[in-house]
Design a protein around this ligand. Sequence first.
Ligand SMILES: NC(=O)c1ccc[n+]([C@@H]2O[C@H](COP(=O)([O-])OP(=O)(O)OC[C@H]3O[C@@H](n4cnc5c(N)ncnc54)[C@H](O)[C@@H]3O)[C@@H](O)[C@H]2O)c1
Ligand SMILES: N[C@H](CO)Cc1c[nH]c[nH+]1
Ligand SMILES: [Zn+2]
Length: 440
Amino acid sequence: MTDVSFHDYAKLDAVGRAALLKRSETDLTFFLDKVGPIIEAVKTEGDAALHRFARDLDKADVKPGALKATEAEFDAAFKAVEPEVVEAIRYGIENIRRFHEEQKPEAMWLKEIRPGAFAGDRVTPIKSVALYIPRGKGAFPSVTMMTAVPAVVAGVPDLAIVTPPTPDGSVDAATLVAARLAGVETVYKVGGAQAVAAVAFGTETVKPALKIVGPGSPWVVAAKRLLSGVIDAGLPAGPSEAIIFADDTVHGGLAALDVLIEAEHGPDSSAYIVTHSHRVAEEALAALPEHWARMTPQRVEFSKKVLGGAFGGIILTSSVEESHAFVNAYAPEHLEILSTDPYAHLGKITEAAEILMGPYTPVSIANFGLGPNAVLPTSRWARTWGPLSVFDFVKRSSIGYVTASAYPELAHTARVLARYEGFSSHEQAVSSVRDAYLKG
Ligand SMILES: NC(=O)c1ccc[n+]([C@@H]2O[C@H](COP(=O)([O-])OP(=O)(O)OC[C@H]3O[C@@H](n4cnc5c(N)ncnc54)[C@H](O)[C@@H]3O)[C@@H](O)[C@H]2O)c1
Ligand SMILES: N[C@H](CO)Cc1c[nH]c[nH+]1
Ligand SMILES: [Zn+2]
């Protein structure tokens, strides 16, 4: 495998172009087959299965009765995490809270649709939500911040985190710190498909939840898909992905620097530089080895697999319009517009979950706490889903209130349409039979 896959877009046929739109999670067959028995075991055996999977899949020694993080573990986490990291978590939480408070919808609105007839929406928090925080190829206090803050802003009364245990049977310390600072009290040491099953069905220790949100590996994505009839599985957020779109106003080395951000998540991630500029493409190719030289061996290995494999690399288009079209067809999770004039491109991009503008807004800044949510739909789901938000933690009830003065007009409409649709009871309820009761 070469270090970087290079695609000359003009030379690709329709099959080659369609292949570029695929992600590692496009075909989940392998994971779906394996996850079914895990779900069944959790459903029938409860905690015993969670302990077994912690040992076998996470290589973690979670002692009996210790599936829930204790107060002592939270205290130890605050002592273990460097003050600089705690401060960064606080700063990120503050930005994320400001953003999501702005986003929070009104608790209720009513509009006078016709004189004396009112209709609107009321918004109330979902009663219980589980937050999935990954812990496989990295630790994710930032995902804790991104999921917990909007949930707390929305006012969800029953929040719990599920996250894979560390080998010593505890939880990543910064994840515990972020949970506490964001306002989440309950953390269960369970990850992967077994975590999704645990909150879907409940176990002796784990309380069931109505909904689960948060990103995860294909194991988690597959379990959410299989359990979507039991628990609301929220927005589809799988392996991280990004497109670094660059026009001819920037240095290609910058595109190379930023394509490595999401490429380093794991071999199942996707990451492309998309440009119509030969110069940018060549500069990017030349710069990658310099950037790799400054990275840790594991992240170099992951990002080389991504950029040299089937789900990453450099795409050279024949025009800026073709680049825009490719971005829209790909519908990336993260998109950077690397240009000194990002507004020139913004209006052309409609399909992307997150759009980061200009050379000073690399994905890292948004990942760790600019404010917008970095839990985002992957695998082309940006065509119908947006970022995680306060709206994922509330539901709407519509409200209708018809007063006596407006009733006759609306009753007439209802009678006419009920008769046409053949619903005699619907019609009767707005007929003279009702009038008789209302007149007393
Ligand atoms: N879309 C987003 O917003 C977003 C944000 C952050 C991270 N991510 C992505 O989330 C993913 C996190 O993945 P991760 O691996 O780091 O953590 P993870 O917690 O999602 O997955 C690890 C778990 O997978 C399970 N697992 C591993 N091997 C298994 C096997 N052979 N059989 C059954 N189960 C197995 C284990 O239970 C383990 O606890 C990455 O792909 C990352 O790119 C996405
Ligand atoms: N890029 C991830 C979302 O796709 C978020 C993240 C957290 N830490 C590092 N990255
Ligand atoms: Zn990232």
